[in-house]
Design a protein around this ligand. Structure first.
Ligand SMILES: [Fe+2]
Length: 594
């Protein structure tokens, strides 16, 4: 049975194809269209999935959209009416948005793909999140918690999932918290207040939090009140996101926390103003963590289970995830590589397969590499035309050469096999460097990533030696498999792991099992033989404002436009030949990318 899952029209659209119960391909539209956070209908992603499997749209048994547009319409309409007359300005725009495209998804999907309307199905948004979290995790029974900004009405749901020995699958939802009461919206409101982009820069708030003290948690607790049924409610006097699209916080919010940050002003942590913003970030981060821990504790006691699957954009908060592991009572926590809305494409397709069609349970491969594969010969061809130095290696020799490069402090653009699904580079589209000095961190920030200096870089380490360098609790390696947890760097190694140690002594470490990315694992070992420390800095292979690279040509373009020293795809290694770096080569690469 061929089932296509689609996530679209909010942010980060994606498509995923499930064949006979197992995903075969999943990719975000932005990686193909090259528009960061592309929210359009994911035609390129769909085409890529179908092409990968060699099937035509008429061979699809079902196309599943990741939420129910009519329920979402109901929510927008209800909220607008409740907020009238305050909402009258935003109302026409919201209606135009919904009526223009989003409500009539059955017809849109049907006409885009040429499939009959009866084959187009819908899952609820948090069902998609829950399925993406539970059905891709190597567990047979687990509690499930999903939390995001908002889907249709739900903003947080708790329940449990079970894969029976007879092949049956059950996903039960116990209860949900509904819009406008939303942990995701609370965090996003602070994201906007701190001058960052909502739905995109929430991780910057988490990074900034480490520089502050949570001295404003009492103020934040005024915004979010615990309710007797162990849930929470926002005090809407402090917010405006539910009544207008102009601003998410109210004047009372500003009275409590001071003036918002101008997005164009840099954050200077040496000033009291900069420190206030860091303290705000630390305070909302603390309240988010406390709330999640309390909700998870209740769920753990209620289910008596040891495993928890986390879904929704809030599950990208690695600091909160680590606290959940330490304090919720769950022994293992599973976060998929794409817990946000893009991952709903896989979730919707799997939910439909197991629950709607009642197909037998299948194990889903435990890795994030569901996208198109990179072609080393394509890189060799392009780079050769531009006169760069190209070498071809066999596997072991390539690993040795790149380990030499890294040990010589060269910055490596590393492309290998299929593209990651989700926001994190997990070893197939990564920029790798030596992790030892702050000079390397500053060089990366200055010459390649062009990003705020308060944002930390992440390390990758083989699972066999992770505990030597990082203080990882039982259950931690699982959480760190897809970089979903933040853990302390052991104090004795911090001076030798400066580039990946955050100001509070932690790191968002990826703990790598050989089977998941054998070549990167071999590279870490080879690097360890040269330097004594088998840890590398691993950051996503992209420039600021651009999506992570997909094809060899995009890696090559990024390589040319930045100070990456070495580029690898397949067995091909390219280094910059300075005489070829004139305007002609740059012009040619622009044409190729176009
Ligand atoms: Fe969501």
């Amino acid at each position: 049975m061929n089932i296509l899952g689609i996530s679209a029209h909010y942010h980060d659209s994606a498509a995923a194809l499930v064949i006979d119960g197992v995903p075969v391909c999943a990719v975000q539209e932005e990686r193909l269209s090259r528009h960061k956070g592309d929210a359009g209908f994911p035609l390129l992603a769909i085409e890529s999935c179908l092409q990968h499997a060699g099937i035509e749209p008429n061979e699809l048994d079902a196309v599943v959209f990741y939420e129910r547009p009519m329920l979402k319409f109901d929510r927008v309409l209800t909220c607008a009416l409740r907020a009238f007359p305050k909402s009258w300005r935003a109302f026409p725009k919201a209606m135009k948005n919904l009526l223009g495209e989003k409500v009539w998804m059955r017809g849109i999907i049907s006409s885009h793909l040429g499939v009959p309307g009866r084959k187009v199905l819908f899952t609820e948004h948090h069902q998609s999140h829950a399925a993406a979290a539970f059905l891709t995790a190597p567990t047979r029974r687990a509690a499930i918690m999903t939390a995001d900004a908002v889907g249709e009405w739900a903003t947080l749901s708790v329940g449990e999932g079970e894969r029976g020995s007879n092949g049956s699958t059950k996903i039960r939802r116990f209860r949900e918290i509904r819009f406008p009461h939303s942990l995701g919206m609370l965090y996003s409101t602070f994201t906007a207040f701190l001058g960052f982009k909502v739905n995109e820069d929430e991780y910057k708030v988490m990074g900034l939090a480490a520089y502050g003290e949570p001295i404003m948690t009492e103020q934040v607790r005024k915004l979010i009140r615990r309710t007797p049924d162990c849930a929470f409610a926002l005090d809407l006097n402090y917010f405006e996101f539910h009544t207008t699209a102009q601003r998410s916080y109210s004047s009372r919010f500003i009275e409590l926390f001071g003036p918002p940050r101008n997005p164009y002003d840099p954050i200077d942590l040496d000033t009291s103003e900069g420190q206030r913003f860091a303290d705000c970030a630390a305070s909302v981060q603390r309240v988010l963590e406390d709330t999640l821990v309390e909700l998870a504790r209740v769920l753990q006691r209620e289910t008596g289970l040891t495993d928890l699957c986390l879904g929704g954009g809030v599950a990208l908060n690695g600091v909160a995830n680590a606290r959940l592991l330490a304090e919720s009572g769950f022994q293992r926590i599973f976060v998929p590589p794409a817990p946000g809305d893009a991952g709903c494409a896989i979730g919707a397709a799997l939910y439909c397969d197991r629950i709607h069609f009642g197909n037998a349970d299948r194990d889903v491969p435990d890795h994030p590499f569901w996208g198109p594969s990179v072609d080393g010969s394509e890189l060799a061809r392009i780079a050769q035309e531009d006169g760069h130095s190209i070498e071809e290696f066999r596997d072991g020799a390539l690993v040795d050469q790149i380990a030499d490069d890294l040990a010589a402090s060269r910055i490596v653009g590393w492309m290998e096999g299929p593209l990651e699904f989700g926001p994190r580079a997990l070893g197939h589209r990564s920029i790798l460097t030596a992790p030892h000095t702050t000079e390397m961190r500053d060089r990366l920030n200055r010459e390649i990533k062009y990003r705020e200096s308060f944002r930390p870089f992440a390390p990758v380490v083989p699972i066999e030696v992770a505990g030597r360098y990082f203080d990882i609790p039982p259950g931690g390696p699982r959480l760190a498999r897809f970089m979903s947890g933040v853990f302390p760097v052991r104090p004795e190694w911090r001076s030798r792991l400066q580039a990946i140690t955050h100001v509070d002594g932690t790191a968002r470490v990826q703990v790598l099992e050989r089977a998941m990315a054998p070549r990167l694992h071999a590279l870490l070992e080879a690097y360890g033989r040269r330097t004594g420390i088998p840890v590398l800095l691993n950051t996503s292979f992209n420039l600021a404002g651009e999506p992570i690279v997909n094809r060899a040509v995009e890696g090559y373009s990024t390589f040319l436009r930045s100070k990456i020293d070495v580029l690898v795809a397949g067995g091909t290694r390219v280094t910059k030949h300075t005489s070829a770096m004139g305007s002609t080569a740059a012009g040619r690469i622009r044409e190729k990318v176009a």
